[in-house]
Design a protein around this ligand. Structure first.
Ligand code: N01
Length: 550
């Protein structure tokens, strides 16, 4: 038996339906095609690129260096594409996504502007019936959710927001036309990565920028700059080593020196020198100066104190500097931000900071944000308030597995998966970089490629063995969920009210969602599971005769 299209009575049928045409969906399609599977990708947006299609806010960039935040599956692609800067701006990443779509002729199997509304598993035929916007139903043996972890933008429920007369933008769903803030008073709510990246650019344009800060955040300078030909070529020459290291050794899928000691193993002077060197170099690897910054509070405090000290050096007004110094969580336990001139922006005469921790926003009126009885007048509002992360986009699809049980009901107390790849009771449904995998704690493209390759190998295995269904075993899933929680609880991460924990969404269960064991360790676990005949997964044979191959 082979993995093939559903019976003829279905109007349209594929071996695999992929939901989403971001970096995960595009690579999945490329692999499926290469292996001879028929596949259809449905994408809600009008183009490829996923998160980079939607997040067009001013200053949007990747916080992983471009030479590493790129596909490794094609040697030609990685040799031919020229990244212009150390951290590529959003338009360039989107251009890259479009280049990949063209280069590998992906568009002919992608249907844009098409939301997937529902997916129902028919146990009798071992087929998924997928309903797309407009009501059309398409069948597939397998469904792959490549829906992204940060793709469900969340506008908070703030009293009076509907009364605001000016435009309200969300960084995660930015208009495709240019937005010009010249001459306007702009209110920015939210100081995560999106707020921190956009504030300096908006401040450079607007008459006045008021930043409403609930939680002060740690941010490290990006030290962005143009890449020279020499730098690009040096990187390209080293790609085999860089990619191997990112996949197999690095915890976060990023090639960088690995720490060999803890923060308290050095004298204060040595520590400061090392932190200073990383601060001056810039970028995410600041947290990898030492090997215990995410594990021990005393070690973490040394890095947090260093950054707080830097904020005090940069920001001239002591009151503002104090407000900007994060004190509510250990450094790195909320996603660390990478910025260009964020803290210095508060030295500008046209920028003010309003603390909404002590005094939350009371109300938004027609032309102001009211805090502690005072109206801060604004002409436009920018919500940099984040996402219903990791589960939000999956939850928007009505997914029904065995016995008609919905995935939303199963995940009501928090997402449960085996390896972040499948959830028991939902056969033949794969998730790329799902909860329970390293995912958002890693260079996403490294994790995407690993998942796609694993799923592709798995489908080939099923085809070769004549298997019709595969699903996570409940016991294996319980053990994996317990393992994910156990590893997280050995770190400082659960101490922060972060979106990793679901804490940014009122009512969402607080569970540390990504797997923190490291990209290399996780890859070995997945490979080992496959080598043992997909241990922890239950395989099934077809119960009905298969139709002719498509
Ligand atoms: O969202 P966030 P983001 N009233 O959730 C505040 C990736 N990313 O879009 O912390 C007032 O981090 C909220 O306050 P608090 C990256 O992984 C990457 O910035 O909950 N404030 C917080 O300050 C990142 O981590 C890149 O107290 C409210 C902010 O809004 C992830 O996306 C760039 C509020 C939300 O911060 C998400 O980043 C951008 C309310 N009701 C994003 N609700 C790069 O590659 C929320 N907030 C560089």
């Amino acid at each position: 038996m082979s993995v093939q299209s559903s019976p003829a009575q279905a109007t349209e049928a594929y071996d695999v339906i992929v939901v989403g045409a971001g970096f995960a969906g595009m690579y999945m399609l490329h692999r499926l095609r290469g292996l001879g599977f028929s596949a259809r990708v449905y994408e809600q947006g009008g183009g490829v690129g996923g998160t980079w299609y939607w997040n067009r806010y001013p200053g949007a960039r990747c916080d992983v260096e471009s030479m590493q935040y790129s596909y490794s599956f094609s040697e030609e692609l990685q040799q031919e594409w020229d990244w212009s800067e150390r951290y590529a701006p959003q338009p360039e990443i989107l251009q890259y996504a479009n280049h990949v779509a063209d280069r590998f002729d992906l568009r002919r199997d992608i249907q844009f502007d098409t939301r997937v509304e529902r997916a129902m598993f028919d146990e009798r035929t071992a087929t998924w019936s997928v309903t797309i916007a407009g009501g059309k139903t398409v069948d597939a043996r397998f469904v792959v959710l490549a829906t992204g972890c940060l793709s469900n933008a969340r506008k908070p429920d703030i009293k009076g927001l509907e009364n605001f007369k000016g435009p309200v933008y969300h960084t995660g769903n930015w208009p495709h036309e240019p937005v010009d803030f010249t001459g306007l008073r702009v209110g920015l709510i939210g100081t995560g990565s999106s707020g921190i990246q956009s504030a300096p650019i908006i401040a450079g344009q607007a008459r006045h920028l008021t930043v409403f800060q609930r939680t002060a955040n740690f941010s490290i300078p990006a030290r962005n700059g143009a890449l020279t030909d020499e730098e690009r070529n040096a990187f390209r020459k080293k790609y085999p080593e860089i990619r191997r290291f990112a996949r197999e050794v690095a915890r976060n899928g990023i090639y960088a020196e690995q720490p060999d000691r803890g923060a308290l193993d050095d004298s204060e002077e040595e520590r400061r020198a090392k932190f200073r060197a990383r601060w001056d170099r810039g970028g995410l690897t600041f947290m990898y100066v030492y090997n215990n910054l995410g594990l021990e509070r005393a070690a973490n405090d040394t890095a947090a104190d260093f950054v707080r000290g830097k904020i005090a050096e940069i920001v001239k007004d002591p009151e503002t500097a104090k407000l900007l110094q994060p004190n509510s969580h250990p450094i790195g336990t909320k996603r660390i931000c990478i910025d260009t001139d964020y803290f210095a922006t508060f030295n500008r005469p046209n920028v003010s900071l309003v603390d909404i921790k002590a005094d939350p926003i009371e109300e938004i009126t027609a032309n102001a944000v009211r805090v502690a009885g005072r109206d801060h007048e604004v002409d436009a509002l920018v919500m940099a308030t984040g996402f219903d992360a990791m589960t939000g986009s999956v939850a928007k699809i009505d997914i029904r597995g065995r016995g008609g049980r919905t995935l939303n009901r199963k995940w009501a107390e928090g997402p449960k998966t085996y390896l972040g790849l499948m959830s028991a009771g939902f056969p033949n449904l794969f998730i790329i970089t799902g909860p329970g995998s390293p995912s958002v704690l890693s260079n996403m493209i490294v994790s995407i490629e690993q998942h796609v390759d694993w799923i592709a190998d798995c489908l080939v295995h099923m085809r070769e063995q004549g298997l019709a269904t595969m699903e996570a075993d409940t016991e294996a899933e319980e053990k994996w969920v317990a393992h994910v929680n156990e590893v997280a609880s050995g770190t400082l991460y659960p101490q922060a009210s972060s979106w990793y924990m679901g804490a940014n969404i009122p009512g969402k269960p607080r569970i540390f969602m990504p797997y923190i064991g490291g990209v290399g360790v996780y890859r070995r676990i997945c490979d080992d599971v496959a080598a043992k005949g997909y241990e922890g997964f239950v395989m099934g044979w077809a119960e009905v005769p298969q139709a002719a191959a498509s």
